[in-house]
Design a protein around this ligand. Structure first.
Ligand code: PLP
Length: 394
């Protein structure tokens, strides 16, 4: 056996995604293939992103590209931004700069968990939670979202908790459903976590995965569970809002409501654990650019037009589809509840969407709205035609 047991488990946990990704890579040479699968950019990067990075390229001192953990000015900018965004008194020391949300999640798991601990994850939910847990010898425990509406199911989370639970992961705005959860859900979850922690004599932590926090439609508000449950860590990424996931920048933020002793232990561990996980800090250029990047965003008006176009056409055609409140994904139910067959049938006509099998939800599919409008215009009739053919055949 070459691979460690946990490496094999992690590999198996992400196999459906890596094999799907390989299939999509093979398509890069196929002319006119419409790729609505991963949340990748399909247009030139935001000019403001290139400008912010080039402004930092020329060294201003000998240590411009020296080893640097979390840069103080980046932490200050982010703490201020979080104060106004979430209405909580974040301080620079509560922020650890990371390689995107991936890095922040790794850091949180390294800080809080021991091998054998259980971590509760949402289903449907992001496909990288489970491999990230498996590679650390952690046990993923799935808690289903409410069927059809994909609300947070607090009772399902309560049922998933055992005396081995260390972390509960929540994700709002949610991938793949596009749902944004209200404060009432966080308050109810906080009650459950507080009493379960007391019952099991062990603190259960909440990891709030918020990389889509700034991608919301129709002026819908955002509340973080960090304001409802003090033992919350927030992970964030700039990769989504800048539509540049290949440029790694994000952070882990401690809830300002954390009790002083917990806060002191975690603050002191942020740098050592950033080293321990293998230089978890972002590159110098990205950190220097934080003040410019904080206010930069993909074009939300254009994304709203795409959401309305795709959601409107598919809902009118009779699809059961969740109207996204946030993220750049559209989550729908496949005809006959067989997303694999549906995705294969539309792929045969050059349109590629993601089957819900990658999210442990084989009856659903996900469309990425990072596509261009012409791509959506080409794809929508295909989706509608294939569904109509299925209905006629059925
Ligand atoms: N969390 C969720 C829910 C995601 O969808 C993603 C990326 O797809 C991440 C975390 C990781 O984000 P990043 O690649 O920007 O670190």
């Amino acid at each position: 056996m070459t691979l460690s047991a946990r490496a094999s488990r992690a590999e198996a946990a992400i196999e459906s995604v890596t094999s799907f990704f390989a299939r999509m890579q093979a398509l890069t040479d196929v002319p006119d293939a419409v790729d609505l699968t991963f949340g990748n950019p399909h247009e030139m990067p935001l000019p403001g992103l290139a400008a912010a990075m080039s402004a930092q390229l020329t060294p201003r001192s000998v240590d411009w590209f020296a080893y640097t953990g979390s840069r103080r000015d980046a932490q200050e900018t982010i703490a201020q931004g979080l104060q106004s965004e979430l209405g909580l008194p974040f301080e620079p020391d509560d922020i650890a700069m990371t390689q995107g949300a991936f890095g922040a999640i790794s850091l949180a798991l390294a800080l809080l968990t021991d091998p054998g601990d259980e971590v509760v994850v949402p289903v449907p939910g992001w496909f990288c939670y489970e491999p990230m847990l498996q590679v650390r010898d952690l046990t993923p425990v799935r808690a289903a979202l409410t069927p059809d509406s994909f609300d947070l199911d607090i009772d399902a989370i309560a049922r998933a908790i055992t005396d081995r639970t260390r972390v509960v992961v929540v994700n709002s705005p949610a991938n793949p459903t596009g749902r944004v959860y209200p404060k009432s859900a966080w308050d109810a979850l906080a009650d459950v976590l507080e009493s379960a922690s007391a019952a099991h004599g062990r603190r259960i932590w909440l990891l709030s995965d918020e990389p889509y926090r700034r991608i919301r439609f129709d002026g819908i508000g955002f509340t973080s569970p960090a304001g409802s449950y003090p033992w919350t860590l927030i992970d964030y990424s700039y990769g989504k809002v800048l539509l540049a996931p290949g440029q790694r920048l994000g952070y882990l933020a401690l809830s300002p409501l954390l009790p002083a002793d917990d806060k002191a232990s975690l603050r002191a561990a942020l740098v050592p654990l950033g080293l321990a996980i293998g230089w978890g800090f972002p590159d110098a250029i990205m950190q220097y650019a934080v003040p410019d990047l904080e206010s930069l965003s993909l074009d939300m008006e254009e994304l709203t037009r795409k959401r309305d176009r795709a959601y409107g056409a598919l809902a009118d055609a009779g699809f059961t589809i969740t109207r996204p409140e946030g993220t750049f994904y559209l989550w729908g139910r496949a005809p006959g509840d067989d997303a694999r067959a549906f995705c294969d049938a539309v792929a045969a006509r050059g349109v590629h969407i993601m089957p819900g099998t990658l999210f442990d939800t084989p009856e659903c599919f996900r469309i990425s709205l990072t596509a261009t409008m012409p791509m959506l215009d080409r794809a929508i009739p295909v989706l509608i035609d294939v569904a109509a053919e299925h209905a006629a055949a059925g």
